[in-house]
Write a protein of this length. Structure first.
Length: 624
């Protein structure tokens, strides 16, 4: 399929920005759009053009039954997203309760159980804007921030994205802060059967150690609580990025703004003003509509695109590759971040996800960036130095269990999973995962030329084999889902020399072939992550098919008919404009946060086609 390959190359090149990056949207539904309206109205910042544009996008995503969904096949709607959209549309002032669309939304919310059935973080947002009561108790009190690293559980045993969101939230919980304005709507009609806005059943569970900690901490003197609050404020202020956002996450910055307000900061304070501008800079345009991204994905998009183009035959001397890799070089980290708490002996050298990320590197962006600069790191110079620093940091981040996690090392206290907090498993821990471990192995085997006999590699392979599902698949934490994890594991083990005849590989291949659709493609539902089991989408997507095809190419010496069927599907689907094109391929939190990476429909089909043709020759030639 040389024509398709060339077309994808041309499309990617045309999409490159002048600074060498790729700025495809990081699309996460309508929640961030809704929260932006709520933030601006709560602070009485009358950016009417932005608010109106967000209203239009939110309204355009409403289903016929009045609800909003997180993904196409979610069912009759998502109560949290629908509550958030309804609230934002009302608070905007441009829609009224009497409008037919809002009447339908209100009816659907009540049918789904009202606000009481919304996600915990939706309730927190409603509480801090005066629409719901704060919980009487939260499993992690503010004083938790003061516990030393010698304590059995402490602040840095929580994942970095957990810390980023919980730090301002703990301040808000302690202050029981809420902020209403003259434009605040009244959402009391959404409170369902209970009608009191205080259904915090998930917060009322005391369990052993946590009960002991609660009782001990609540008896501490007031100055201890004041010290903890000051620690929280300082932590936020010391982890601001240059654009003013807190860790470059929308949710963390949103909560931080309200936490600072609760501590007496004026809404015009420079820190708050800059944070708001930083969030505004997350805006992008999708199909002519304004979307506020959760963060930007410029480094991730650029690393993937540069590597894909090079795999497709674009030489490193090409202007597009030169510009992309110099952009990546400028984004390598030189500052120590929280990752150093558990990994104190390695100098910085990783890459982060977003354009302005300087203190929060992750392993996936690091290996992706190293893949991109590999061909330019063969000679002495800046790229060689970047390569050496990146490789050193990567090796230092292997977990003690042999696997690799996303952001930090050995941050997987199983106790967190039992806290009565919605999504605790995803929010509070950063465990070894099949996708991170597999992709790291693929990098180490393909680019560092390491084999399964190397101690680091052998330990990671052992982790993967120990965590394979009974049906032969692997669960992928950051993608959708079992297809993603299985693709990463197969390509990773193949790259380091695990033979395709190994029983683990055979089980994985058998599972992958067993779920191929009749049209030659693959497709998996976002429901898989909550079910913790593979749920078919019952239609195929180009990205899922590219992952599956790439995995098969990695293990077969000659093409098999299933590969040819996948290639035919890709050829037919790459020009599709139906809902499968925008179906989420990434996840942040099961049941609550899904990601449509706009770059994936170009990058991963291009990689799969290139790997096929580089190994077997042209698909057209094979058919003839």
């Amino acid at each position: 399929m040389p024509d398709e390959r060339n077309r994808l190359v041309a499309l990617l090149k045309r999409a490159q920005a002048s600074d060498g990056s790729w700025r495809h949207p990081f699309e996460t539904g309508i929640s961030t759009d809704a929260y932006m309206i709520i933030l601006l109205r709560s602070l009485e910042i009358n950016d009417e053009q932005l608010i109106q544009s967000l209203v239009e996008r939110i309204e355009s995503r409403q289903e016929h039954n009045g609800a909003w969904k997180l993904f196409y096949d979610e069912g009759d709607g998502n109560v949290s997203a629908t509550v958030e959209a309804y609230y934002a549309l009302l608070y905007s002032g441009y829609r009224r309760k009497s409008d037919p669309r809002l009447r339908a939304a209100r009816r659907r919310i009540l049918e789904m159980g009202g606000i009481e059935n919304a996600h915990m973080f939706t309730k927190f947002m409603l509480a801090l804007t005066g629409q719901y009561r704060w919980p009487p108790f939260f499993p992690l009190p503010l004083e938790f921030l003061l516990l030393p690293p010698s304590f059995p559980l402490h602040f840095f045993d929580i994942s970095v994205y957990g810390r980023a969101n919980l730090t301002p939230l703990l301040v808000l919980l302690d202050n029981k802060y809420s902020r209403k304005t003259s434009k605040s709507p009244n959402l009391s009609e959404l409170l369902g059967m209970r009608g009191e806005g205080e259904d915090w059943r998930e917060m009322r569970t005391d369990r052993g150690f946590l009960s002991y900690v609660k009782q001990s901490i609540l008896g501490w003197p007031a100055h201890i609580r004041a010290a903890a609050k000051q620690r929280a404020i300082q932590y936020m202020l010391k982890h601001l990025e240059t654009d003013g956002t807190f860790y470059s996450y929308f949710s963390a910055t949103f909560l931080m703004i309200f936490a600072l307000l609760s501590e007496g900061y004026s809404k015009d304070h420079p820190v708050i003003a800059q944070a708001i501008e930083g969030l505004k800079n997350f805006r992008c345009t999708i199909d002519g509509q304004t979307h506020i991204q959760y963060t930007t994905a410029h480094v991730w998009n650029t690393a993937l695109a540069s590597y894909a183009l090079q795999e497709a035959g674009v030489p490193p001397t090409d202007d597009a590759i030169q510009k992309a890799n110099h952009y990546l070089l400028s984004r390598q980290h030189y500052r120590y971040g929280d990752w150093a708490i558990h990994n104190p002996y390695s100098p910085p050298g990783g890459w982060g996800f977003s354009d302005i990320n300087t203190i929060n590197p992750d392993l996936d962006d690091t290996t992706a960036s190293l893949r991109a600069i590999y061909r330019m790191a063969s000679e002495e110079g800046a790229f060689r130095q970047a390569w050496d620093r990146g490789i050193s940091w990567l090796f230092s981040m292997q977990n003690d269990d042999g696997g690799f996690a996303a952001f930090e090392k050995n941050v997987d206290r199983r106790l967190w999973r039992y806290l009565p907090i919605d999504g605790a498993e995803f929010l509070l821990s950063d465990p070894s995962t099949a996708d991170l471990t597999g992709r790291t192995l693929e990098f180490l085997g393909t680019f560092a030329r390491l084999t399964k006999d190397h101690p680091t590699v052998a330990y990671a392979v052992e982790w993967l084999m120990d965590h394979q599902e009974k049906n032969g698949s692997w669960y992928g934490r950051w993608g959708i889902c079992y297809l993603y994890g299985t693709w990463a594991a197969i390509t990773g083990m193949a790259a380091v020399g695990v033979p395709s005849t190994h029983s683990s590989m055979q089980k994985a291949i058998k599972w992958l072939l067993s779920i191929q659709n009749s049209d030659g493609g693959w497709g998996e539902s976002c429901k898989s992550d909550s079910a913790k089991a593979y749920i078919p989408l019952r239609t195929s997507t180009a990205v899922h098919t590219a992952w599956a095809l790439d995995a098969l190419v990695a293990v077969f010496d000659q093409p098999i008919p299933e590969m040819e069927a996948a290639l035919r599907f890709l050829q037919q689907s790459l020009n599709s404009k139906d809902w499968t094109v925008s179906y989420p391929t990434g996840q942040g939190m099961a049941g609550g946060f899904y990601i449509h990476y706009h770059s994936y429909r170009y990058v991963f089909p291009l990689l799969a086609l290139s790997h096929y043709e580089n190994k077997y020759g042209s698909f057209t030639a094979q058919k003839s």
